[in-house]
Design a protein around this ligand. Structure first.
Ligand code: DGL
Length: 271
């Protein structure tokens, strides 16, 4: 802690974790919106993908990742993985004293505010859809919302490993959004960290009347508000640092991750 002009700055970093590189879309938004904060990002690449796993297994992995970040002394943990937040956020919050923020509630809140017809689509992994986390969060905000949750098992792995803009990715995206068109939703939540990378494709498939909600942007906004309200923000005006940990191959993380972060990734430590 340091004091300047009566304002106490909290210099501790913010921890962010995900099943791999996808959460870098969330980190990207945080780095853009909170450039004065330091971040430690943990990518559990050795266990990617979380989406097809049982919820109990995703919960176990989320506890292990949170433990690592808390041990490093972070002031807040962002569960930047939709599958992990959906499967484990309440249990994590009940077990750790460090504040934890997930990506589900910020996205749900923005969607509940944006929808005009009260018909919302959620495109996500199987684990996220199975957990009912988005459905529950949306109904807690407005019990009258009609929610259509669609699991796409193929999209995240295709975006991560294949050519993002390939015909195969487009086919999987088309298949994913087809139920939303039939249900005439007016708002769609991108309920997986990977989907912001195919925003133009989804926009074209859904049409201009449908509002897309990017959970990453909403989460970064909420983190900023939490830091301000709790008075645990770092000193304004400084340039924050960001560093990386990966449970899989660090070089692979660096190569694939740069596309998601859209900023340079220098060193990656293996854990
Ligand atoms: N970060 C994960 C999510 O948002 C990406 C997909 C996965 O691990 O299966 O659900």
């Amino acid at each position: 802690m340091s004091e300047r002009d009566g304002h106490i700055a909290d210099g501790r970093p913010i921890g962010v974790f995900d099943s791999g590189v996808g959460g870098l879309t969330v980190l990207h938004e945080c780095l853009v919106n909170l450039p004065h904060e330091d971040f430690i990002y943990l990518g559990d690449t050795a266990n990617f993908p979380y989406g097809p796993k049982r919820l109990a297994e995703v919960r176990r992995l989320a506890f292990a990742a949170t433990e690592v970040l808390v041990t490093l002394g972070v002031k807040l943990v962002i569960v930047a993985c939709n599958s992990a937040a959906a499967a484990a956020l309440p249990q994590l919050q009940a077990s750790f004293s460090t504040p934890l923020v997930g990506v589900v509630m910020p996205g749900a809140r923005a969607a509940a505010q944006a929808t005009r017809e009260r018909r919302i689509g959620v495109l996500a992994t199987e684990a996220t859809v199975r957990s009912n986390a988005y459905q529950n969060a949306l109904h807690a905000l407005d019990a009258g919302l009609e929610v259509f949750a669609v699991a796409s098992p193929r999209l995240a792995p295709l975006i991560q490993t294949g050519d993002v803009f390939s015909e195969e990715t487009e086919r999987a995206a088309r298949e994913g959004v087809a139920p939303f068109k039939a249900a005439r939703v007016d708002t769609v939540i991108l309920g997986c960290t990977h989907y912001p990378l195919i925003t133009p494709m989804l926009r074209r498939l859904l049409g201009p009347q449908v509002t897309l909600i990017n959970s990453a942007e909403e989460t970064a906004r909420e983190v900023g508000e939490i830091l301000a309200r709790k008075g645990i923000g770092n000193e304004d005006g400084r340039e924050g640092r960001y560093s990386f940990l990966a449970s899989g191959d660090p070089e692979e993380f660096r190569k694939v991750g740069t596309r998601f972060l859209q900023l340079p990734i220098r060193e990656v430590d293996h854990i």
